[in-house]
Ligand binder design. Structure first.
Ligand SMILES: *[C@@H]1O[C@H](CO)[C@@H](O)[C@H](O)[C@H]1NC(C)=O
Ligand SMILES: *[C@@H]1O[C@H](CO)[C@@H](O)[C@H](O)[C@H]1NC(C)=O
Ligand SMILES: *[C@@H]1O[C@H](CO)[C@@H](O)[C@H](O)[C@H]1NC(C)=O
Ligand SMILES: *[C@@H]1O[C@H](CO)[C@@H](O)[C@H](O)[C@H]1NC(C)=O
Ligand SMILES: *[C@@H]1O[C@H](CO)[C@@H](O)[C@H](O)[C@H]1NC(C)=O
Length: 345
């Protein structure tokens, strides 16, 4: 009886699913998940079942991962690497994980993330890198990260976050930024403006508590009033102001490949400057033009009205007085009236 059952089982589930489980892991073939958590592992077990969808590797001692580390499990959708000792990720580590939806890298010692890393995971929906030592994130991505809905970088060493990086995540709904070293100077104005829009559109976030300067220490970035928040000083000498203003859109497109290369570096001052001063200047100019136009229009209308009134009055007077009284002055007035009639017609 037992033997028959086993035979039946191994017929339904091919041997790989039953026998192909790594020695130190527990495999759940019904859910295609492999649990290798808390086993003191220093490297990824070599013989993972290729149909694995969920791989739990948290609470181990992984210090680094080789390139193409997950080549043997290309269908992976959830990967948990929480609570290991990873300090650096080579960009090729996650290569081939085209279906990965959730990546958990919390409680490691990561110092930065590179944009090439992001690009190898096109379908990612949730990225949690909270509780690391990350001080730099890419300032932008060459391609948008279309499906990312959750991005968590709580408890790291971040001073700065580029608005353009967040703009590369158009589906973002949940954003966790608490417990970093946010430097609430003029460079963070872009983030402030982006977050206001994000929340207005229904996004959920925790809060950006400033670590510096002293003036804003402990304050939430979003609660600093706009009037008190200093925008950066206007462009640096090598950037011609007229160029910066007129070709703003084109200017944004050009530097992308270059930025990709220097990922992790700060935005140049000019890029984060734009939000406040220019729109107000522009608005002032537009308002001045409009007011001047309106005033001119009114004056013109008044002059026209006065002219018409004058003419009409003159005509009426001329007609009314034509009779007995003013025979003498008639000829002159008639001439004048005729001239006006012609010019009005
Ligand atoms: C991290 O993993 C170690 C075992 O490697 C475990 O003792 C510790 O409790 C875990 N820490 C957390 C925060 O889960
Ligand atoms: C492992 O990661 C997944 C996905 O992020 C998460 O849902 C789960 O709670 C984690 N499991 C543990 C035990 O930390
Ligand atoms: C990642 O794992 C940690 C620890 O297990 C857990 O608290 C956190 O919720 C997970 N993140 C996601 C996005 O599932
Ligand atoms: C985003 O998700 C949709 C729906 O699951 C999918 O069709 C699309 O290919 C994904 N985008 C990318 C860039 O993978
Ligand atoms: C990461 O940061 C923690 C606390 O902020 C610190 O104790 C630890 O030494 C740092 N690790 C590395 C590798 O820098």
């Amino acid at each position: 009886m037992r033997g028959e059952l086993l035979l039946l089982l191994s017929a339904i589930f091919p041997p790989q699913g039953v026998c192909g489980c790594p020695e130190k892991c527990i495999c759940h073939s019904s859910s295609n998940s492999v649990d290798c958590s808390h086993r003191g592992l220093a490297e990824i077990p070599p013989d993972l079942p290729p149909q694995t969808l969920t791989l739990l590797l948290q609470d181990n001692q992984l210090r680094q991962l080789p390139a193409h580390a997950f080549r043997s499990v290309p269908r992976l959708m959830t990967l948990n690497l929480s609570n290991n000792s990873l300090s650096h990720l080579a960009p090729e580590v996650f290569h081939g994980l085209r279906h990965l939806h959730v990546l958990n890298l919390t409680h490691n010692s990561l110092l930065s993330l590179e944009s090439r890393l992001f690009h190898s995971l096109p379908q990612l929906r949730e990225l949690d890198v909270s509780f690391n030592n990350i001080s730099h994130l890419p300032t932008s991505l060459a391609e948008p990260w279309e499906n990312l809905t959750l991005f968590a970088v709580q408890q790291n060493q971040l001073h700065y976050l580029s608005r353009r990086l967040l703009e590369s995540m158009p589906s973002l709904r949940l954003l966790f930024l608490k417990d970093n070293l946010w430097k609430c100077n003029c460079h963070l104005l872009g983030l402030k403006l982006w977050l206001e829009k994000f929340i207005y559109a229904g996004g959920v976030m925790d809060g950006v508590i400033c670590g510096s300067p002293d003036m804003w220490k402990g304050k939430d970035l979003l609660r600093i009033p706009h009037e008190l928040y200093q925008p950066c000083p206007l462009p640096v000498p090598h950037l011609e102001p007229s160029q910066g203003q007129q070709h703003g859109a084109a200017h944004r497109e050009v530097p992308k490949p270059h930025e990709n290369r220097i990922s992790g570096e700060r935005d140049p001052v000019a890029c984060e400057v734009k939000p406040k001063p220019r729109p107000t200047n522009l608005r002032h100019a537009v308002a001045t033009v409009v007011i001047t136009g309106v005033l001119c229009g009114i004056v013109c209308l008044m002059m026209l009205a006065a002219a018409i009134y004058g003419c009409t009055y003159a005509a009426i007077t001329a007609q009314g007085h034509r009779g007995p009284l003013a025979q003498t002055s008639d000829s002159g007035k008639m001439g004048g009236k005729e001239v006006f009639d012609h010019s009005l017609a």
